[in-house]
Design a protein. Structure first.
Length: 280
């Protein structure tokens, strides 16, 4: 109950973030397209898990996570400088999300910062973004590098990778039982809760990771963040790969091939970046 009161008190700041992102979206719709990364079609299996149901489960899980962080005094207030920095980045990236997923039009984007030494960040289905202070502080991320992390995580949500992975896992493990629930013959509320608990522990495929890298690269470039920072980011990740608490690397493995893929695609988005930078 207490966290609900706190959430209402902070709502004005979040509404300001949403208004700014919406206004920028209208302006970006008129921008000419200079180039675009190439990714495959989304998995057809994702249709086994209703998008609205998964987004609702994600919203509940996200609220629970924020409540737990708030109870521990680990949830950054709206005025926190690092949180303000992240929300500024999101305001510049969110307007470019719609071409990648029509559902993003109705998402209520949120960005929050949690005090933790974990090197981690995520974006849940429906646009629920969280960063841990560890990824900002231990990697000493500048704005361009932080934008690459955020763009990557947003891309996972926009490409509905969680929806696809859950569909594949559940369809294999539960068979007709899951099918019955998805068709409205079972307890959908319980299924939503079960789905929500999986969202923070999902491990995406290499194909998912490549898609998220490339889509995130373009999102960040369109938001006027230097695409070359993507290589610097993963070089930093590789340097700390032998350390402790690298939750991000357990679900986002680093490696030379990842950096090579990014380097090959940077030229495709450089003009997008230059155009966005000139536009201010």
């Amino acid at each position: 109950m207490c966290w609900m009161c706190d959430a209402r008190a902070a709502l004005s700041g979040r509404r300001g973030f949403l208004r700014a992102a919406t206004a920028a979206a209208g302006a970006s719709a008129l921008a000419p397209v200079w180039g675009q990364v190439q990714v495959g079609q989304p998995s057809a299996l994702r249709s086994l898990v209703p998008a609205a149901q998964l987004e609702s489960a994600a919203s509940q899980q996200y609220a629970q996570l924020l409540a737990q962080a708030r109870a521990k005094g680990a949830l950054a207030p709206d005025g926190h400088p690092q949180l303000r920095r992240l929300r500024t980045i999101a305001q510049r990236l969110v307007p470019h999300a719609l071409p990648w997923n029509e559902r993003a039009r109705q998402w209520r984007w949120e960005v929050n910062l949690i005090g933790s030494k974990q090197i981690n960040a995520f974006c849940m289905p429906g646009g629920k973004i969280a960063f841990f202070t560890g990824i900002l502080d231990q990697l000493q991320l500048n704005d361009d590098e932080a934008a690459m992390v955020m763009g990557h995580e947003m891309a996972h949500a926009l490409r509905e990778h969680a929806r696809s992975r859950i569909a594949k896992t559940q369809a294999t493990g539960l068979g007709l039982s899951l099918g019955a629930q998805l068709l409205g013959l079972g307890d959908l509320g319980r299924l939503a809760a079960d789905l929500g608990t999986q969202l923070l522990s999902l491990k995406f495929s290499r194909e998912d990771e490549t898609e998220a890298d490339l889509v995130g690269l373009e999102l960040a470039a369109r938001g006027a963040y230097d695409p070359r920072a993507s290589v610097a980011l993963w070089q930093k990740m590789a340097q700390v790969a032998g350390g402790n608490g690298l939750e991000f690397l357990s679900t986002h493995p680093s490696g030379p091939s990842r950096i090579r893929d990014l380097e090959a695609n940077i030229p495709k988005v450089e003009e997008l970046y230059e155009q966005a930078r000139r536009a201010g």
